[in-house]
Design a protein around this ligand. Structure first.
Ligand code: ADP
Ligand code: GLC
Length: 504
């Protein structure tokens, strides 16, 4: 019997556990990275377990334009310079959960990315934009919508990191709500100068080492890490790594002190979006039984689309990524001459760091039949690269979970990864042992150097020229099951530990 059912039923019998997920991004409307994918997939997965989940989102134009039938739930007077904030409620199009929208005219709804102006500069009032977002989360937890008050407030990343601080400031009349804070990326911290602290309407004593202060600044992520009742992050390895100076971004001491309250839970793949059997972008859908021919068709389509020379006997390496130092793609740039000399091809889709964009674009201009580079954000092309490449290159310096390798595995596209964070937990390196027992699904390396990356690429290149071995690895990759329901079950146990009164 499916072990999911009893847990869901037990909770349902006691009345549904109400959980409010708070996130700044939601695929497909507002997304700068994997956070948007997670916010779109985790709440519906939790709903299937009998949890009554809702979302809180900032009133970005992407949401206000797409969500129809937004009804007013409350208009709250705020302690901020912003006088009133409107809380709307709407159904997320095509999905089960309802979403609250925190809206204040012109506050969230601005051109550019959610966080920065069209020139890439952070908005100067981000402390207020996201401070207010956290304040609204806390108010909803305290009953701002009288018809639905959550028992658990589940906050993702720094954006609403102040919410647990606001709740802590309102004890004991916020004691009924418990908070979970999930770190998707410790490197984005929501840091603001100390002089702005008085604008955040927190008690003065909260600006201290036992509070939101971090190296003399206000840190939204530290607020979440310090005040939330439970902490999670998106892979078991990252949960360990962030307790060390190499990955802890200065917060390792705090994280170590809360080690027993920190859990690493891997993300999943949403098969309604990432599945080679039902992907409308592909010239030919495929599963394990016709993986070789499906991959050939996708590879041919990708080469055509990008103007790359055919390379049936050599591997085509793909990259779909934000171009930031985190992703380690400067290491890849240094490997280009050798990759081309080996007769391989590279297809890159990404945007971000100007130097990297220019470096990649220059290389593509010099070798336009071997290297293709598309600067920008393109969902359709991202699917074609994940399907059409033989392997994806992921030399990240750190990687909390990583979704691209999970998508790639599902498409039989073998990941070449640095052995960090979620990569270490999800990719099985091809060694004599794992090739013999059939568990190999990709290639992993340790050193943060072009030489180490290049040696993993070479290992992939060599095995690619042994079609039977490669196909076996493809099958093994496609057989991996990183489902959202497995992730949801783990979050459910965290909720049950927090609220044994609600779910025995
Ligand atoms: P991160 O959140 O650190 O960027 P993840 O691997 O968790 O890394 O998630 C990245 C998500 O963003 C994936 O869904 C990936 O396909 C997508 N993505 C990244 N860059 C692009 C791009 N240029 N165009 C389309 N999708 C992209
Ligand atoms: C972050 C991380 C990435 C993770 C994603 C979703 O953006 O960089 O590794 O997969 O969040 O959790």
């Amino acid at each position: 019997m499916d072990r999911r059912e009893p847990a869901g039923r037990q909770i349902a019998e006691l009345g549904l556990l109400r959980v409010l997920h708070v996130a700044a991004e939601l695929y497909p409307w507002v997304k700068s990275g994997g956070l948007g994918d997670v916010a779109a997939a985790l709440p519906p997965a939790l709903s299937t377990f009998g949890i009554d989940v809702r979302l809180l989102l900032p009133g970005f134009a992407g949401f206000l334009d797409a969500f129809t039938g937004i009804t007013d739930v409350a208009r709250l007077r705020t302690p901020y310079a912003v006088e009133r904030v409107r809380i709307g409620l709407a159904r997320v199009p095509g999905s089960a959960p309802l979403a609250y929208l925190a809206d204040h005219s012109g506050f969230y709804d601005r051109p550019g990315s959610p966080y920065a102006d069209p020139d890439g500069r952070d908005w100067p009032d981000n402390h207020r934009r996201f401070g207010l977002f956290g304040w609204v989360a806390a108010e909803l937890a305290r009953g701002a919508d009288p018809s639905w008050r959550p028992e658990i407030l589940h906050i993702h990343d720094w954006h609403a990191g102040l919410a647990p601080a606001y709740l802590s400031a309102r004890r004991p009349d916020s004691n009924h709500v418990t908070t979970v804070f999930t770190v998707h990326n410790l490197a984005y911290q929501g840091l603001f100068p100390a002089v702005l602290f008085p604008e955040l309407a927190l008690p003065p004593e909260f600006f201290s080492i036992d509070g939101v202060e971090f190296n003399g600044a206000v840190s939204f992520i530290k607020s979440g890490l310090f005040y939330a009742d439970r902490l999670t992050t998106v892979s078991p390895t990252y949960a360990r790594e962030i307790q060390t100076p190499a990955f802890g971004c200065g917060l390792e001491g705090l994280l170590r002190s809360r080690s027993h309250e920190l859990t690493g839970i891997l993300n999943g793949v949403d098969p309604s979006i990432w599945d080679p059997r039902h992907d409308p972008i592909l010239p030919q859908s495929y599963g394990a039984e016709n993986a070789a021919s499906g991959k050939r068709a996708a590879k041919a389509a990708l080469q055509r689309r990008l103007g790359l020379a055919d390379c049936d006997d050599g591997p085509l390496f793909g990259v779909v990524s934000r171009l930031t130092p985190q992703k380690g793609l400067d290491l890849l740039l240094a490997c280009f001459p050798e990759i081309i000399a080996d007769g391989s091809r590279i297809a890159i889709l990404g945007s971000g760091d100007g130097d990297l964009e220019q470096g990649f674009a220059r290389a593509a201009a010099e070798h336009n039949r071997e290297i293709a580079v598309e600067i920008g954000y393109d969902e359709a092309l991202s699917h074609l690269i994940i399907a059409g490449a033989d392997a994806v290159l992921l030399p990240s310096r750190f990687e909390p979970c990583g979704l691209t390798q999970l998508y790639a595995l599902r498409y039989g596209t073998l990941p070449v990864v640095r052995r960090v964070g979620g990569f270490a937990d999800t990719v099985v390196d091809a060694t004599a042992v794992t090739l013999a027992d059939g568990s190999a699904t990709g290639f992993a390396f340790d050193d943060e150097s072009p030489a180490a990356l290049m040696s993993a690429i070479r290992r992939a290149d060599v095995l690619f020229r042994e079609p039977a071995v490669w196909l076996r690895m493809m099958h093994q990759a496609m057989a991996q099951d990183f489902s959202w329901s497995a992730a949801a079950r783990r979050y459910l146990s965290v909720y049950r530990e927090l609220r044994p009164d609600l779910a025995p």
